[in-house]
Write a protein that binds this ligand. Structure first.
Ligand SMILES: Cc1ncc(COP(=O)(O)O)c(C=O)c1O
Length: 425
């Protein structure tokens, strides 16, 4: 296991201005055409991000050159696979400034990480009448696992409401903390409203009330500097595929003493120290939580993605994406008649803009945009309760990443004008 992470976290790196046009050359898919012969205008990065060449090559390199299993073989190729896999742990720890790589548990995605905590920590710490505080803006991944837990344990869920401006109602949060919840779980950045929550403040308030804190960082790690030590969280989860890495990769960070005390989630090979016919004992952390052969190439690709993000600098990524969102919030209402935008002002949000055109279903919007090569998401974006809160059946969503350029937002505005024209003919 590698040493304590001592390098400067990305959040303290000197911000350098990001050049998106130069970065675009790193993403081979951006040079492709769709079936209508149009260049790709990818505005669905909140669903999954595009992958740079270094990530593609890292995955390919493993499959071509050293595709051995990890933590088993003692021949050179297997040792190389193990080393590469474990290097990812160091890189990911550095990206979020985790105190030690052994606090990084590899999972397939943020959903699996939350389920791991709900099953392992939750089933041993939540009992009858205990409450968990969530928010109305959670992705289903940070809602349904807690529903299952409290149903089984006869506990309660409480919800921090979302204001009309798309922010969390902090005075209600404060009141809910008087219930002395065991856990507070909230998203760092909303995948529908784009809201960047004040995670440090929310965490401090929860700790003062005696609760542990789980933060869903699926939409944060790819877009804003994340420093888990500065935030002070107990659990922090994210997916590799949204942060320029491959599908099938992801991470749970948790404080070592929590992981040490938690029982295993899945059982089988690799997570044990000793096995007898009637009992076993567990491997050290993080391996206790990594049963069976993982998606080795995907995790290695996630390491390359972490390198890529750190080479850009997360302050620069955040600043650039905020510029994009400011531009979109300015251009879309001016250029697209009747468009309704949801979510807070640019200074409180990441690169996500959800919207509706009056009287036009978002699925029709997305389908017509597709003909112009523009990819947006349409539906409830796995946030049905949040859509209910705003009395919406569905929305269309444009979401950005470091490779998005303002010209693509102009193309979106032009595409939306076409949609309005087609429907008003
Ligand atoms: C805020 C948030 N949390 C969790 C998830 C779940 O991510 P995954 O499907 O990679 O597990 C998503 C995916 O869209 C998300 O946006």
């Amino acid at each position: 296991m590698a040493d304590v992470v001592t390098t400067t976290p990305p959040s303290q790196a000197k911000p350098a201005r990001l050049d998106p046009h130069r970065l675009r050359a790193d993403f081979p898919i951006l040079a492709t055409l769709n079936r209508f012969g149009k260049p790709l205008i990818y505005l669905d990065s909140a669903a999954t991000s595009l992958k740079p060449l270094t990530v593609i090559e890292a995955v390919d390199g493993y499959n071509r050159e050293y595709s051995a299993n990890i933590h088993r073989g003692i021949y050179e190729m297997a040792e190389r696979a193990t080393a590469s896999y474990e290097e990812t742990r160091v890189k990911v720890a550095r990206l979020i400034n985790a105190p030690h790589p052994r606090e990084i548990v590899f999972v397939r995605n943020a959903t699996e990480a939350i389920n791991l905590v709900a099953y392992s920590w939750g089933r041993h710490n939540i009992g009858r009448g205990d409450s968990i505080v969530l928010t109305e803006m959670e992705h289903h991944a940070n809602l349904v696992p807690w529903q299952l837990l409290v149903q089984e344990k006869d506990g309660d869920l409480e919800f921090v409401p979302v204001t009309d401006d798309g922010l969390l109602a902090l005075e209600v949060y404060e009141a809910l903390l008087h219930l002395r919840p065991k856990l507070v779980a909230f998203t760092h950045v909303s995948n529908m409203l784009g809201t960047i929550n004040p995670v440090r403040q929310l965490t401090e308030m929860a700790h003062a009330a005696g609760a542990l804190v789980l933060i869903d960082g699926a939409q944060a790690v790819p877009h804003v500097p994340v420093d888990v030590q500065e935030i002070g969280a107990d659990f922090y989860v994210f997916s590799g595929h949204k942060m320029l890495g491959p599908t099938g990769s992801g991470a749970l960070w948790a404080r070592a003493e929590l992981l040490e005390a938690m029982p295993p989630f899945m059982a089988g090979g690799d997570m044990i120290r000793e096995v007898h016919l009637r009992r076993s004992d567990w491997n050290e952390i993080p391996y206790k939580f990594e049963a069976g052969t993982p998606d080795i190439s995907a995790q290695i690709g996630m390491g390359a993605a972490a390198d890529y993000l750190m080479s850009i600098g997360m302050d620069a990524a955040r600043d650039y994406e905020q510029e994009l969102v400011r531009y979109a919030l300015d251009v879309l209402p001016r250029e697209v008649p009747g468009i309704e935008l949801y979510g807070p002002a640019a200074e409180y949000r990441g690169g996500v803009v959800s919207f509706n055109l009056p009287g036009i279903h978002p699925h029709d919007v997305a389908q017509i945009l597709d003909r112009s090569g523009i990819c947006v998401r349409a539906g409830h974006h796995c946030t049905m309760p949040l859509h209910e809160r705003f009395d919406l059946a569905a929305t269309a969503r444009a979401s950005f990443n470091v490779y998005t350029v303002p010209e693509e937002i102009d193309a979106l505005a032009a595409g939306l004008r076409d949609v309005v024209r087609i429907f008003n003919r």
